[in-house]
Design a protein around this ligand. Structure first.
Ligand code: Z2T
Length: 795
């Protein structure tokens, strides 16, 4: 048997004419990427054969985003090859970690939603479930963030240069996608026939990223579509004298898979985004249908063999696209097609924020996708008719799919899917009690909850090997395979020596992070200080500003009132969507605080503020294991779930949070004594909205708020002031930072006092690790598989 490392050696020889001791790091990297992919391809072959033979039901996961993170370490770890490769490289003078660092972090997503999709693929594969992911091969993923003078700047992320070795191009499975043009209806002897004319043709090329599972037989495929001009088609246009159109269609094709829109939790409303959505859903649907038909020679049983999951509304065009294929290509009647469609799709909602609920203007949409538009309009007509019959007419204002000339994608998904789920208990409750109340009335039982989860193999086993090997030795259970087993740690919650060991590991992870902080920002931080972490996208509702207000509060107290708090390092990581001015101002504000404090010989001994640029999966893997405090301080009712909160908990950070999203379930899991909860609850927030939130009242009645805000007005560093932020907090701020200010500051004092009692803090931290089992993506995906998708593992 040729070992894996022999194959690496042979690749270096045949590809580069080098033996391993002559090879460069870059060459070793390429050899590892390619050979790992080959290894997965082989495994995939066996797995796929079993899957095909069994003819079992399969899940297809549609998502505009998969934030895969680096793949090499994950794959070697899952395949059980890491040790062998490490030893082999060391023997030949290489360090595996340095090779890992060559791999670009594929940033094919914005934040939580994209990372969730990848966590789920990892978890399903580890459990041998058959699942195929579909998305877009963006040439540029989420931008690289550089902080210049405190301001965010965006640079293109050209990840494919070094990142493409893991991809397998499948030219044999290209499909054609049609945009624009017009439809013609014709009565034939078979009934109404629809033809699509004068369209623009684009080719979708598939690139497969193979996803490994931890010690599993399964290898699943993430299929990424890349757009390419249809040269042959355009040549014909050209010959017909339609020169302009032939060139236009090249331009359209080239732009579709160019870049990921960097807007998190926000609707962009751009024509190119419509094209991206239709491009990848149409390509995926065509492939699913074609494969199904090749196996069964009918589509009648599609819903028995296929479930298509829609990750938020971004892939919602799957629905009319399947209708189109059934109606126009396979000549189903509307009723029969609709009967199949409404048994095939399941939809997850990830937000209730109004500005993130996707709407398309009919005027923008209809010319780009004329046939898809007419199908949506017909779905809506029939739905409205039905509502009239069942006496739900008065609620059509909110439930209609097309309203005021806008297409509401969430409504389309709810009407057409057999299941709709939210992503945490609180969020799912809000969906049925508030956001989609009318729908819940007419579709009882359609709505349910699956609380999010995380791929614990990446978020503890790989990113915190020190903690993992310690817990393996101590607990002697395979919690890497089954995270629920980590609960055995709870038995040690009063064991001082275990608590001390855990503290030493935390200190080690903090030292590793400090080194990185020093290298990237020049700031020296105290490893003994509390590492207080807020890492997530920059958004007003997430309230990085509230955190900053507390920092200003501390600054003043230290400088003017002689306060000497427990030393603390506030660590931030956050990208702002490029058009989001307030978010960029907040980054500038945080960076200014950092600079101001560094310049103060007293304050800097107690407080440090570190803004780490370019927060992404790879950086999260460094920061999270080092955290003591996990800031989850969104306005109650706004964060659908959060998943960073789970990653931080699993690594022993204590949550300081509002009763929002999955914080509610973290609170339930660890108990009131092992978490710091503050602030208004969701009903209290709603009450305050109803009565009218007047932030000026908080300003007037609290001298601490006044002093903090007025102090901010005096900050003027390098010509920047923050009056706009102060005015916003006093006059509008829908997220009510001032309403929660006191409660937050008080909790922060409690955090500090608790930290002084090392043993108590350590025990709380231990309980958090022990109780994190339910937040494994294995648990979440098992719920999807059993309760929603009705799929089985491949045996
Ligand atoms: C996103 O990351 C999330 C929701 C969105 O709604 C869009 C994006 Cl890009 C359309 C996040 C939620 O904000 C977060 O609370 C949740 O944990 C995550 O999705 C995964 O469900």
């Amino acid at each position: 048997m040729v070992g894996f490392t022999d194959e690496i050696g042979r690749y270096l020889e045949t590809k580069f004419g080098n033996s391993i001791d002559e090879a460069s790091e870059r060459q070793v990297y390429q050899a590892l990427m390619v050979k790992t992919r080959d290894k997965l391809s082989e495994k995939r072959f066996d797995y796929n054969k079993k899957l095909k033979d069994s003819k079992q039901k399969q899940a297809f996961y549609m998502s505009m985003e998969f934030l895969v993170g680096r793949t090499l370490r994950n794959n070697l770890f899952n395949l059980g090859l890491e040790k062998e490769v490490k030893d082999y490289l060391e023997k030949n003078g290489f360090t595996l970690d340095k090779i890992y660092d060559i791999e670009p972090d594929p940033g094919l997503g914005n934040g939580g939603l994209g990372r969730l999709a990848s966590c789920y693929m990892d978890a399903l594969t580890s459990q041998d479930y058959p699942m195929t992911g579909f998305s877009i091969l963006y040439e540029f993923g989420i931008f690289k963030q550089v902080i210049h003078d405190g301001w965010q700047q965006e640079y293109p992320d050209n990840w494919l240069d070094l990142g493409s070795y893991g991809l397998a191009y499948r030219s044999d499975e290209e499909v054609e996608i049609k945009f624009y043009g017009s439809t013609r209806e014709e009565w034939t002897d078979k009934g109404l026939k629809i033809t699509h004319n004068d369209y623009t043709s684009v080719i979708a090329e598939p690139y497969d990223l193979l996803i490994s599972g931890y010690h599993s037989e399964a290898v699943n495929t993430l299929r990424l579509w890349r757009a390419k001009a249809n040269k042959g088609f355009n040549m014909k246009l050209f010959e017909k004298g339609e020169y302009a159109r032939s060139v236009e269609s090249d331009v359209i094709a080239e732009s579709i898979s160019k870049l990921l829109y960097p807007a998190d939790d926000n609707d962009t409303g751009k024509a190119l985004r419509i094209k991206q959505q239709y491009f990848f859903t149409s390509a995926s649907l065509q492939q699913i249908v074609r494969n199904h038909y090749a196996t069964y020679s009918t589509l009648d049983n599609l819903a028995e063999k296929v479930v298509i999951h829609i990750n938020d509304t971004h892939p919602a065009m799957c629905i009319p696209e399947l209708m189109r294929i059934l109606l126009d290509e396979y000549e189903y009647s509307w009723e029969d097609a609709w009967n199949i469609v409404t048994k095939t799709f399941a939809y997850t909602n990830h937000t209730i924020m109004a500005e993130a609920l996707e709407k398309w203007s009919v005027d923008l949409f209809k010319p780009i996708l004329p046939r898809i538009y007419s199908i949506i309009a017909e779905i809506n007509n029939r739905f409205c008719e039905w509502c009239k019959r069942i006496g739900a007419l008065s609620e059509l204002e909110t439930m209609s799919i097309i309203h005021n000339n806008m297409i509401k994608m969430a409504n389309l998904c709810i009407v057409s899917s057999y299941n709709v789920n939210g992503v945490s208990k609180l969020h799912s409750d809000i969906l049925v009690e508030d956001t989609f109340k009318s729908f819940n009335r007419i579709y009882p039982g359609k709505f349910n909850n699956v609380t999010n989860g995380i791929a614990h193999r990446r978020w503890i086993a790989q990113s915190n090997p020190e903690l993992t090997s310690y817990l393996n030795d101590l607990l002697k259970v395979d919690f890497v395979k089954d995270l629920s087993k980590i609960e055995k740690l709870y038995d040690y919650k009063d064991d001082r020596s275990v608590i001390e060991d855990l503290e030493k590991i935390k200190l080690l992870k903090k030292a590793q992070l400090s080194k990185y902080i020093k290298e990237s920002t020049g700031i020296n931080v105290d490893n003994e200080s509390i590492f207080d972490v807020q890492v997530k996208r920059l958004h007003e509702y997430k309230r990085q500003l509230l955190n900053a207000l507390h920092i200003v509060y501390l600054y003043r107290k230290i400088k003017f009132d002689g306060l000497r708090p427990v030393p603390r390092t506030f660590i931030f990581g956050a990208k702002a969507s490029s058009g989001y001015a307030m978010a960029k101002n907040i980054i500038k504000f945080i960076c200014t605080l950092s600079e101001m404090i560094e310049a103060d010989p007293v304050v800097r001994n107690y407080v440090k503020v570190v803004f780490l640029e370019d927060y992404r999966v790879t950086l999260a893997e460094k920061i999270i294991p080092a955290a003591n405090v996990s800031e989850q301080i969104s306005q109650a009712g706004k964060e659908a779930s959060g998943t960073g909160n789970m990653k931080l908990m699993l690594n022993g950070a204590l949550t300081l949070g509002t009763m929002d999203g999955a914080n509610v379930e973290i609170h339930e899991a660890v108990g009131d004594k092992n978490i710091f909860i503050f602030g208004l609850s969701t009903p209290e927030v709603n009450e305050l909205i109803k009565n009218g939130y007047r932030p000026i009242d908080y300003y007037r009645s609290s001298s601490e708020i006044r002093d903090t805000l007025e102090f901010i007005r005096t900050i003027n560093l390098n010509g920047s002031n923050f009056n706009n932020i102060v005015d916003y907090l006093i006059n509008s701020d829908p997220y009510m930072c001032l309403a929660d200010f006191h409660s937050y500051v008080e909790k922060q004092k409690e955090v500090e006092n608790t930290y002084l009692d090392k043993n108590k803090w350590g025990s709380m931290s231990l309980v958090n690790i022990a109780k994190a089992g339910i937040f494994s993506a294995d648990r979440s995906t098992e719920e999807y598989a059993k309760n929603i998708w009705n799929i089985d593992i491949v045996k």
